[in-house]
Ligand binder design. Structure first.
Ligand SMILES: Nc1ncnc2c1ncn2[C@@H]1O[C@H](COP(=O)(O)OP(=O)(O)O)[C@@H](O)[C@H]1O
Ligand SMILES: [Mg+2]
Length: 403
């Protein structure tokens, strides 16, 4: 491992999430329907899952299967998941070293567990259904089984991926509704496309409606402090104070790689106080990162930009009333063309599909990436000489929760 590979661990977050999954309280039992964790790209979701969450789940005695749908785009989501399940089953069949010790209470004899079917037949046409395979695997380990699918929204993009989701739901129901059953099959999906992940947990037409939705907790000041300390071990390193560093980190979307980049750039600055220089560097990096997305918004034309601008007035909770008479009048004024609600709906749907905006609740819309929102305001302020919006946001004057 090189120095830049070092990981800041988050044991408390991992302990809390794994407790909720494995030992849910009475009010938390919804997790057994599935859990979907969403957050923007490059904020450390995968790192957290692999480095902290999986070990914490294993500490609770669970068996964990992890699949990242973005690792190998040449393979379909279903193939990736089936392969991972089969690989896990093979471990029990062939009795990999250490398994007996980990799953002491399991049904694995000294010769390994024998499944009632050939592993190759799992997921093959006319072969063993996934639900049966997972049921037998849970029986073998005699423990909770957690399947984690990273970037799970990719499964929505193909027929075979959607079939996979239905198969997973069938497996969940088969295991979790067995009479007298103490063991559960838990499904955790994570994703960077907020609104697709929300769809997975809420759309009636999709198999996981009613699942629990959670927002990934981004890294905070303790992470920044850890990183400053590491950079500070280099002789003569220039460092911002913790407050300035934490503010800069947040302004760049709480992305670890951007923080390192900013600290690296700071080393080349002469003459300006570190805090001040660091703030400017972070601003610049955040704008550069948002540039591609700002250009994408321009691709939605005058009306698309007007709609995006209205949504960008709100905060993470989003704004409602983007189809209201008042909003339509504003769009007309801004674009100089006649605008109807249907057009606005069409463009809003396209902006959602492009992962630029999300629909956190019925009739509410929010900008997905806070950096893009900030950059949008800065650029507009620059173009118009207009004041930056206050933190309250103009979204407050919208009628409550209408469509
Ligand atoms: N806890 C952490 N400690 C150190 N670096 C981290 C941490 N979490 C994320 N990173 C770094 O940030 C980058 C993005 O992380 P990743 O887990 O791939 O994000 P995501 O899955 O949200 O896209 C990676 O280079 C990773 O090494
Ligand atoms: Mg990831």
């Amino acid at each position: 491992m090189t120095a830049s590979d070092a990981v800041f661990h988050r044991p408390a977050y991992a302990a809390e999430l794994s407790r909720q999954l494995i030992h849910p309280g009475v009010l938390e039992e919804g997790v057994r329907s599935g859990v979907f964790l969403s957050g923007i790209r490059r904020v450390g979701k995968t790192t957290f899952v692999r480095q902290d969450l999986i070990p914490a789940l294993e500490e609770h005695g669970a068996a964990v299967i992890y699949v990242d749908l973005w690792t190998d785009v040449s393979k379909s989501p279903a193939t990736l998941v089936y392969d991972a399940v089969k690989a896990e089953m093979a471990k029990f069949q062939n009795l990999e070293p250490g398994l007996l010790k980990r799953f002491k209470g399991g049904n694995i004899g000294a010769a390994g567990f024998s499944f009632g079917f050939q592993l190759d037949s799992v997921g093959a046409p006319g072969g063993t259904p996934l639900a049966q395979a997972i049921e037998e695997l849970v029986t073998a380990v005699d423990a909770d089984l957690v399947l984690i699918v990273d970037e799970v929204q990719s499964a929505l993009q193909s027929e075979d991926g959607r079939a996979l989701l239905h198969a997973l739901k069938a497996a969940r129901d088969a295991v979790n509704t067995r009479a007298g059953n103490q063991r559960h099959f838990l499904f955790l999906g994570t994703g960077s496309h907020k609104s697709l992940v929300t769809d997975l947990a809420t759309r009636r037409s999709l198999p996981f409606t009613g699942a629990v939705q959670a927002t990934y907790q981004v890294l905070g000041e303790d992470f920044v402090q850890w990183q400053l300390k590491r950079v500070g071990t280099a002789p003569g390193a220039k460092l911002p104070g913790l407050a300035a560093a934490a503010a800069g980190f947040k302004s760049m979307g709480s992305r670890p790689e951007e923080l390192l980049k900013a600290l690296r750039q700071l080393q080349g600055v002469e003459g300006t106080p570190a805090d001040q220089a660091f703030g400017i560097i972070c601003q610049t990096l955040a704008c550069a990162a948002a540039d591609a997305e700002l250009r994408a918004i321009e691709g939605f034309g005058e009306l698309g930009q007007a709609i995006f601008g209205r949504i960008a007035e709100g905060d993470a909770q989003g704004v409602s009333g983007i189809f209201s008479e008042r909003a339509l009048a504003d769009y007309r004024r801004q674009t100089g063309i006649d605008v109807d609600a249907g057009q606005v709906q069409g463009l809003a749907d396209k902006l959602v599909a492009a992962n630029l905006i999300a629909r956190p609740a019925h009739g509410r819309y929010a900008v997905v990436d806070p950096i893009v929102r900030e950059a949008w305001h800065s650029r507009r302020a620059l173009l118009l000489g207009a004041p930056q919006p206050d933190s309250r946001g103009a979204g407050d004057d919208n009628e409550p929760m209408s469509n």
